[in-house]
Design a protein around this ligand. Structure first.
Ligand code: MF3
Ligand code: CO
Length: 254
């Protein structure tokens, strides 16, 4: 499928979709603390999305049973919220969510510390975040898609982490997942030419230990094979004539 180029009007709708999602995240971040359940995060997230007049795009996506993916510690992504899963001091929790505004999808993820976390966990979160910024330095018209992938890898691999390969970033727009796929690890090819009007979800998933992941019996929750901690950082971005615009980061959520 060809990679879609958004019109000026579509870009406005993407901007609004992403701004509303960032607001949801801003409020979810305040809510994360020891003693709350992952289900409470999901319920609040869904409520906030609907209060904005939007739809949660993850709910029922390929049968996913919640609005927010809540992935704790060695859970990489797609953690299913449960009332019995209570966040503990020292956990790290990745929240991944998206919404649909007037037909346009947004998608973002952040990993938060629950109370005080270890130095290693803090570094993992910060390095995962920074790898995104290294990637989007290359997200410019005239560059190629895998310049982004290579930049993320070049930042992460020397730090000894494992880059998850089984899951990748993606184009986004009138569908949650559009072409192209965007790996977070180095590629031998150049990938497609980046053009203004492309909207992309760039989302490094990084493990403290090895890169290998597996899926739990619930058919959704992706965990690290070695049980090591994993972090996730995602924004929806726009390729422009100059600097990329980070649509899910207009100031409320770092
Ligand atoms: N947030 C995931 C992504 O970035 C999609 C999750 S789909 C769900 O691609 F079904 F798990 F919700
Ligand atoms: Co995504």
């Amino acid at each position: 499928m060809a990679v879609s180029i958004k019109s000026a009007r579509e870009i406005e709708l993407m901007r609004e979709s992403c701004k509303l999602l960032e607001d949801v995240f801003f409020r979810l971040e305040q809510f994360v603390r020891p003693g709350i359940s992952t289900k409470e995060i999901d319920k609040l997230g869904e409520k906030l999305i609907r209060e904005h007049g939007c739809e949660p795009n993850f709910l029922n996506y390929n049968g996913y049973p919640a609005s927010i993916c809540v992935s704790v510690n060695d859970e990489v992504v797609h953690g299913i919220p449960h009332a019995s899963h209570i966040l503990q001091e020292g956990d790290i929790v990745s929240l991944d969510a998206g919404l649909i505004y007037k037909g346009y999808h947004s998608d973002m993820a952040r990993t938060f510390g629950v109370g005080t976390i270890s130095e290693d966990a803090r570094s993992l979160i910060m390095d995962t975040r920074q790898s995104f910024f290294e990637g989007i330095k290359k997200a410019r018209a005239g560059n190629h898609l895998y310049d982004i992938s290579n930049a993320i890898d070049a930042y992460i691999t020397p730090r000894g982490y494992g880059i998850v390969r089984a899951l990748v970033g993606h184009g986004i727009g009138t569908r949650l997942h559009e072409d192209p796929q965007i790996p977070n690890f180095a590629q031998r090819k150049k990938g497609l030419l980046l053009r203004p009007g492309m909207t992309l979800a760039i989302e490094p998933m990084i493990n403290i230990g090895r890169a290998d992941v597996e899926t739990l019996e619930d058919d959704w929750t992706v965990v690290t094979e070695d049980g090591s901690l994993s972090a996730h950082y995602e924004n929806t971005i726009l390729i422009t004539d100059g600097e990329p615009e980070i649509l899910t980061m207009s100031g409320k959520c770092e």
